[in-house]
Ligand binder design. Structure first.
Ligand code: ZN
Length: 88
């Protein structure tokens, strides 16, 4: 195993993780993070290899907007547009 460390770019907390030498070599060779380190949590993949943000800071800085995107049914959106048109 290879010990890796990363400091969160936002809160400055230092994190450590152990990865397999084989996975690390594949990553250096250009492998996909999730393929090279399949057992690593998504939070740690972000911190060590992708954004440099720990899970806590990720949650604060990047709100999960996948589910909110279609919060309003299309019919309601239509009503909203009508109201805006009336105000003009
Ligand atoms: Zn952080």
């Amino acid at each position: 195993m290879i010990e890796i460390q990363a400091t969160c770019t936002e809160c400055g907390v230092k994190h450590f993780a152990a990865v397999t030498a084989a996975g690390y070599q594949r990553y250096i060779a250009g492998g996909m993070v999730q393929d090279c380190f399949p057992n690593m949590s998504a939070d740690y993949r972000e911190l060590f290899f992708i954004t440099g943000l720990c899970g806590t800071c990720w949650d604060i800085l990047i709100p999960d907007d996948d589910e909110d995107e279609f919060d309003y049914p299309l019919a309601d959106l239509g009503n909203l547009l009508d109201r805006i048109a009336e105000d003009v």
